[in-house]
Design a protein around this ligand. Structure first.
Ligand SMILES: Nc1ncnc2c1ncn2[C@@H]1O[C@H](COP(=O)(O)OP(=O)(O)OP(=O)(O)O)[C@@H](O)[C@H]1O
Length: 496
């Protein structure tokens, strides 16, 4: 089945006859057919999502509701529209996954004779490691084989009661899925993603429960696209992802070839996680529909040709679906076993995280011991610095004490000297005043002597003058003589 001619702007090289479900490859401008493919159905580029669902998936979903396993798988080169076909979430263009969930709940709600329990899990295979997209911390999960075929051990299987529940989980899983920008697709899936819807169908409680429980599993597989590194220009991690994807797709091709070759007894399912997981869908207990997405432009003719050849080979694989009827106790046992396995996984991851925590604790203890050691060293350094400081202070204090004592001593000396000087000054001033009074007495004495002398001289002069003058009282000699007499009196008094 093929979804065709989406890239209408590109030159077409594929022509289809939908009536005959035939697809013809012819080079542009040529009248000679290169090759012709026949499928169960071919769809034109004008096909709607509902047409794709009705043609490719509906029958498988109906079988799952009746207790069979079913697989719908999208295959094709990168950017050809596989994710769009399966998971598109736009209400007018819902892909196969939302439509399958809607159909299951619609039928379950309408059925009064049976009780339905639906659960969903969502995983991806990225670089050969299985990861639970609904519990992304669970990486590198293991594939186990049980009575009902292979399964992923410990995968989270969540009960869902409506399409909305499924959509929520789908969106949650998509957030954890690996997508990346490449030259060929801005949102290219770098992993194979598988949604598993498990439908348990058992007679309603009101009716007699003689029948067993029907368990159908629907695998909805969005394969990562094959990619030519030259065209995608992927480098580094992107190139490693593309190589891992190409390798697992080659392995898928080999398994399909081996399945269709009656001479081959060995099918290399174990060569990749993808084929190991899809073992039942590739010729075992499952009804399988394969959608081949191609980009019908001449640039990708080689890629489209190889996708169509893959689809053609896959058409020849015959599956042998069987009705999965389980006794109720078996279902219970299985669910208990699954719970136990889940607990085992949890215990294991707890042990792993405990070991990691123990390692962290050891590291923390080690670093604490180192810090304590550093602290002790710092304290010792601090103590020795303190001691040095105290010693320096003591030496300085000693020095200051000595300097103060010396200063005090000098001060005393100065004081004593000052007192001495003071005493000397007093004695000097005393002796000076004595000398001064002696000097004054001396001066007065001499002046008095001189005055006596003068007076005597004056008296002599007066007598001489009297002899020459009749008015002795008004004569200058008389006045001078009085003046000298007064001075003489004063100095005589002073000299005493
Ligand atoms: N039928 C369609 N109608 C409209 N848009 C489409 C259709 N098919 C695909 N597309 C768009 O083409 C782009 C590539 O499609 P998609 O991502 O589904 O490719 P892919 O095959 O899953 O690629 P890859 O393998 O790289 O993940 C997306 O943007 C998608 O929405």
């Amino acid at each position: 089945m093929t979804l065709l001619e989406r890239k209408e702007e590109a030159a077409p090289f594929i022509f289809l006859d939908t009536d005959k479900n035939t697809l013809i490859l012819r080079r542009k401008g040529s009248f000679v057919d290169l090759t012709e493919f026949r499928f169960d159905a071919v769809l034109p580029s004008t096909a709607r999502q509902i047409d794709v669902y009705n043609t490719a998936a509906r029958a498988v979903v109906m079988d799952v509701l009746n207790g069979f396993n079913g697989t719908v798988m999208a295959y094709g080169q990168t950017g050809a529209g596989k994710t769009y076909t399966l998971s598109a979430k736009h209400p007018t263009a819902h892909g196969i996954i939302p439509r399958s969930a809607a159909e299951i709940f619609e039928k379950a709600d309408a059925d009064r004779e049976f009780e339905y329990h639906v659960s969903m899990s969502y995983i991806q295979i990225y670089m050969e490691q299985i990861q639970d997209l609904l519990r992304p911390e669970s990486c590198n999960m293991q594939i186990r084989e049980g009575d009902n075929g292979v399964f992923v051990s410990g995968v989270k299987d969540i009960k869902v009661k409506s399409v909305e529940d499924c959509m929520r989980l789908l969106m949650l899983g998509d957030q954890n899925r690996c997508f990346a920008f490449t030259k060929l697709n801005a949102h290219s899936s770098r992993s194979h993603a598988i949604v598993i819807l498990t439908v348990e169908k058992k007679p309603a409680r009101t009716l007699q429960r003689t029948q067993g429980v029907l368990v159908g599993k629907l695998f909805l597989v969005d394969l990562a696209g094959s990619e030519r590194l030259k065209k995608s220009g992927s480098e580094g991690l992107r190139a490693s992802e593309a190589m891992s994807v190409n390798l697992s797709l080659t392995c898928l091709g080999k398994c399909i070839s081996a399945r269709t070759d009656p001479n081959k007894t060995h099918v290399p399912f174990r060569d990749s996680k993808l084929t190991r997981l899809l073992q039942e869908s590739l010729g075992g207990n499952a009804k399988t529909a394969l959608v081949i997405n191609i980009a019908p432009c001449s640039e990708y003719m080689q890629e489209s040709l190889s996708s169509l050849q893959f689809g053609s080979r896959a058409m020849k694989v015959a599956t042998r679906p069987i009705l999965n009827v389980e006794e109720e106790f078996k279902v219970l046992t299985k669910s208990l076993q699954e719970t136990l396995e889940l607990q085992d996984e949890k215990l294991h991851s707890l042990q792993v995280s405990m070991l990691a925590k123990e390692d962290q604790l050891l590291e923390a203890r080690k670093s604490l011991a180192e810090k304590a050691q550093q602290l002790q060293e710092l304290q010792e350094q601090q103590n020795s610095t303190n001691l040095k400081f105290v010693e320096q202070m003591r030496v300085k204090e000693e020095g200051w004490k000595q300097r103060i004592a010396a200063a005090m001593c000098r001060l005393n000396n100065v004081k004593e000297t000052t007192e001495e000087v003071h005493k000397r000054v007093i004695s000097l001033s005393l002796s000076l005043s004595l000398s001064l009074s002696a000097l004054i007495s001396f001066i007065f004495l001499h002046v008095a002597i001189y005055a006596d002398h003068l007076q005597a001289e004056l008296l002599r002069l007066k007598e001489a003058a009297n002899r020459h003058s009749h008015n002795s009282r008004s004569s200058p000699f008389h006045v001078l003589s009085n003046g000298f007499a007064k001075v003489h009196h004063v100095f005589s008094a002073g000299s005493l």
